[in-house]
Structure formats: structure tokens, C-alpha cells
Design a protein around this ligand. Structure first.
Ligand code: SAH
Length: 394
């Protein structure tokens, strides 16, 4: 199979030689032909040396490398990659675990498959494509998943509406591409969650906070807890199981509050320790006095692009400053950023400024990140998007 050839400008081959998987449009010297969006192209340096094979797309990231070897990209190629990702989850103890059946099977660049996310919820795979090239092979991916999981897979839901550039004209529609799920209840460390991949955010649930929720459980005994930006309430029922005295879940979305209440009821029916409120975070945090001794701040990505980074950092600072000012003495703050463009350093400096503003003595107890089923390709540091700190506030 011969693919259309793309040659890079002199000096623009460096990042690919270090296995970074993106080619920016500005790095391209010449394209020998007219690739359609989603086509595989071969990338060469300007001395005609092979660099890699990748999916072509119009945009700032013009090529997403899928192989640094010159091989044919066919169904077997993708099957090998997905099987490798699956084996890694087996090695992590996530497959066949009786207490956890929600995990990320494919984490894009972190699994050497830029543009592809697959989350498993019990017997359902939720597939999300972020590149045209991946979207065009969705049927192949479905077949591979069926082959790997056999009877263990009852449904595949594709959720790529809104994650593929509309100009590509592939018009993705959300929906089942195989079977249909009955239960939609997933397990995480023995706790139950109703996952709504149809209407929910991302693929329906934030699997990336699993380890951090488990850590929170250990800090919760006897505490009054505020779970701010609760979404489906994940942190709340870990706190309840950990022995919290009171748990308040807050989110600006009414739907999120409904989901949280439903999930609390699934795990702790009729438990009066929990209450949930649909209120804006900044408003709620204005007047909590010293009601809480454990606060979780897990806001949505304040910055999606570099050009709004400064505003985002100000947002994190303002939010955290409010928590520092009001948390009970001896309180514990779990604070997060899931913005890819906010580095670990920048996040920590921002939290430092917020702490300094409050004038309180603050110590770092734990430094948190994403779990092992969200691996970070060492050559693609952008993949390390989740950052968190557990702080002791005197
Ligand atoms: N902590 C959650 C994930 C949080 S996602 C978990 O573990 O699953 C971010 C949430 O913030 C979303 O549910 C969104 O509705 C909510 N949100 C966004 N802006 C908000 C605001 N200004 N005030 C309160 N909640 C907000």
C-alpha cells in the first residue's frame, strides 16, 4: 500500500525523532498529492528519510503519528495496538476485577493511538474519536472490540458528536453501533454508579479520579465534607463509606445533582448524612464560614487553549483562595486541575499564591495525578492533564 508522502521543512523533524506524535501544519514543506482528511500519510524529513505514518487532518495538528515504523496500517495493525492496551489493563488488575468494572481501555496518545478514547463500563464500550482518521475506522475498531471481549461485550456506544471538527464533514452522530445496554450500572472499588453516556459529560463518568477518590475515603472519617463540582457524586460516596459525618455535594448543573442523589441512593439508601445543591461554586463558597473540614475542588478545565491560560490560572486562584479562607482549622483540601495546558508547576504556583493570600499555614500531603489506565506517553508530556494536591490547612 502506498500512502501520500509529506515532507517536513528542514529542522522540523526533531520532535518526531523524539517520538512526539504530532506534526503541526507549519512544519510541512510539501505534500505530494491531495490527501483526504483521515487518510494515512507517510512523513519524511527534507533529506528523504522516513519518519512516521499518521492520520492527516486539516488544522493546526496536521498529522497524528500512529507508527514510527514503515508498515502497513491495516486491521491487524489496529488489533495489535488495542490488544496491547488491553494487556496493559490486565497487568494493572483492572480486567475481571470484582469490585471495579469501569476503566479506560484506550487513552489516545498514552496508548499510541492519538485521537482514540475507549472507556469500558462493565459490558459496554464507550468509544470517542477525536480525529477524522480514527472516526473513519470506527467499524474496524468495533470488530476488534467484539473479537477481544467476545460475550463479555454487550454494547458499543459511539460518542464522537462534538469531538471531531465539523468542517471535516463526516457528521458523526452519537449512538449505539452494536447492541444496547440494559443496566448502565458500573462498579468502582465496590461502589455503584449509574453511567449516562448518552447525556453525560465525556464518556459519561470521570474514571480518571478513581485512585484519588479511594485516597479521599481514607481522609474522611468523622469529617464534614464539601464535594464541590460533584458531577455524578463520585467523591461523595467514597467520603460516606469512609465514615464522614456529613457530605454536601454541589454542582451548578441540576442534572448533575439529580445523578449524584441517585447514585448516593444506590449505595446508601435513605442515608441522611448526604445533601446536594445546584448552585454556582463561586457563590456557594462565598459563605460557608467554617462549616467544612474536608473540601474537594474538582472544577472543569478552565483553560482549553494556551491563549486563555492566564485567565484560567486566575480562576483557579480565586476558587482556591475562597476555600483556604473558609476551611476549618486543621482542614484538608483536595484540589485539582484537569486542564491540559496548565502544567503541574503552574498549578502548584497558583495554589501557592491562593494559600499565601489567605495567610494560613498550608502543607502538601499528597501530590495526585491520573491513574495507570490513563498512561502518559513520555514523549508526549501534554498527556499528563490531571493534577491534584492534598493540602493540610492549619
Ligand atoms: N468531580 C467530578 C467531576 C467534575 S466535572 C467527578 O469526580 O466525577 C466538573 C463539574 O463542574 C461538572 O459537573 C459541571 O457541571 C460543574 N460546574 C461547571 N461550572 C460550575 C460552576 N461555576 N459551579 C459549580 N459547578 C460547576
Amino acid at each position: 500500500m502506498s500512502y501520500i508522502k509529506v515532507v517536513l521543512k528542514s529542522g522540523k523533524d526533531q520532535s518526531l525523532r523524539r517520538f512526539h506524535p504530532w506534526v503541526f501544519s507549519g512544519a510541512i514543506k510539501k505534500i505530494y498529492g491531495e490527501p483526504a482528511e483521515g487518510d494515512i500519510v507517510t512523513v519524511y524529513d527534507n533529506k528523504d528519510e522516513f519518519l512516521g505514518l499518521g492520520h492527516y487532518q486539516i488544522g493546526s495538528i496536521a498529522i497524528r503519528i500512529v507508527s514510527f515504523e514503515d508498515i502497513e496500517v491495516n486491521e491487524q495493525f489496529w488489533e495489535d495496538k488495542i490488544r496491547t492496551a488491553y494487556q496493559l489493563r490486565i497487568d494493572q488488575g483492572l480486567v475481571g476485577d470484582e469490585t471495579t468494572n469501569a476503566y479506560r481501555l484506550v487513552h489516545a496518545e498514552g496508548d499510541n493511538m492519538p485521537g482514540l478514547i475507549i472507556d469500558m463500563y462493565d459490558d459496554t464500550a464507550v468509544v470517542q474519536m477525536h480525529s477524522v482518521g480514527m472516526f473513519l475506522i470506527k467499524d474496524t475498531i468495533d470488530e476488534i472490540l467484539k473479537k477481544i471481549f467476545g460475550d463479555g461485550l454487550k454494547a458499543i456506544y459511539n460518542k464522537s458528536e462534538g469531538t471531531i471538527p465539523y468542517k471535516a464533514k463526516v457528521n458523526p452522530e452519537n449512538g449505539y453501533t452494536y447492541g444496547k445496554s440494559e443496566t448502565r450500572i458500573a462498579l468502582e472499588n465496590g461502589l455503584k454508579f449509574r453511567v449516562d453516556w448518552e447525556k453525560g459529560q465525556k464518556t459519561g463518568f470521570f474514571v480518571d479520579q478513581r485512585d484519588n477518590r479511594a485516597l479521599l475515603e481514607h481522609y474522611s472519617k468523622g469529617k464534614s465534607v464539601l464535594n464541590m463540582f460533584c458531577y455524578t457524586g463520585g467523591f461523595s460516596f467514597y467520603a460516606m463509606r469512609g465514615g464522614a459525618e456529613l457530605v454536601h455535594s454541589v454542582d451548578s448543573s441540576e442534572r448533575a445533582i439529580e445523578l449524584t442523589k441517585e447514585n448516593v441512593e444506590l449505595n446508601f439508601p435513605g442515608d441522611s448524612r448526604h445533601d446536594a445543591f445546584a448552585v454556582d461554586a463561586f457563590k456557594y463558597l462565598d459563605d460557608i464560614k467554617d462549616k467544612y473540614d474536608l473540601i474537594i475542588l474538582d472544577p472543569p478545565a478552565f483553560a482549553k487553549h494556551n491563549n486563555v491560560l492566564n485567565n484560567a490560572l486566575q480562576g483557579y486562584k480565586r476558587l482556591n483562595a475562597k476555600a483556604f479562607e473558609q476551611i476549618k482549622p486543621g482542614g484538608i483540601l483536595f484540589t485539582f486541575s484537569c486542564s491540559q495546558v496548565v502544567s503541574k508547576d503552574a498549578f502548584r504556583k497558583t495554589i501557592f499564591s491562593a494559600a499565601a493570600k489567605s495567610g494560613r499555614n498550608v502543607r502538601i500531603l499528597n501530590q495526585l495525578t491520573q491513574p495507570a489506565d490513563h498512561p502518559v506517553n513520555i514523549y508526549h508530556p501534554e498527556g499528563e492533564y490531571l493534577k491534584g494536591l492534598v493540602l493540610y490547612v492549619e
